[in-house]
Write a new protein. Structure first.
Length: 171
């Protein structure tokens, strides 16, 4: 009888789902949420390596690889493509960068910020909704500007000067 109870308890313990890991110091992604060490809901606090692509809700630390995707990120991000849905704080370097909002530096060939940019954008094409800072590039576009645009074509939709080459400023 004791053996049966022990075997049943052991079987129950083995059959129970393992507790979900909420935070990890290392994430390695091969192809998005379906092929990475931990699920997208796991917070990464440390290093995330994107062999092709990784996707996590939140990343804090260092993000390196081909394509990095997250909902929120506070990090140094170096990828060919950087995609952060809502909030990014830190330094983002890559060929293409798309952020919801940005506090820090975004450098690449094509940079877009859907909402607020507080900091710097450097690239061939820079676009942000509300800019508080500096855009340096061939083409710079903003809906509102509180700062500087330096480039061949500088566009501000809601400004006293909507287009100005070389240098555009609004304070």
């Amino acid at each position: 009888m004791k053996k049966t109870l022990v075997l049943l308890a052991l079987a129950g313990a083995l059959a129970a789902p393992a507790p979900a890991i909420e935070t990890t110091p290392l994430q390695i992604g091969i192809w998005g949420p379906s092929a990475q060490l931990f699920p997208a809901s796991t917070r990464v606090m440390g290093l995330r390596l994107n062999l092709v692509m990784s996707a996590n809700d939140e990343v804090m630390g260092f993000d390196l690889g081909l394509v990095g995707r997250a909902d929120r990120m506070s990090a140094i991000q170096v990828n060919l493509a950087n995609w952060v849905e809502t909030e990014f704080a830190g330094v983002s370097l890559g060929l293409f960068g798309q952020m919801g909002s940005l506090a820090g530096l975004q450098a690449g060939l094509f940079n877009t910020v859907a909402n607020d940019l507080s900091g710097f954008q450097v690239g061939l094409f820079n676009q942000a909704d509300s800019v508080s800072g500096i855009q340096i590039g061939l083409i710079n576009r903003a809906v509102t500007l509180r700062g500087l645009q330096i480039g061949l074509a500088n566009l501000v939709e809601e400004g006293p000067v909507t287009f100005f080459p070389i240098l555009n400023a609004a304070f």
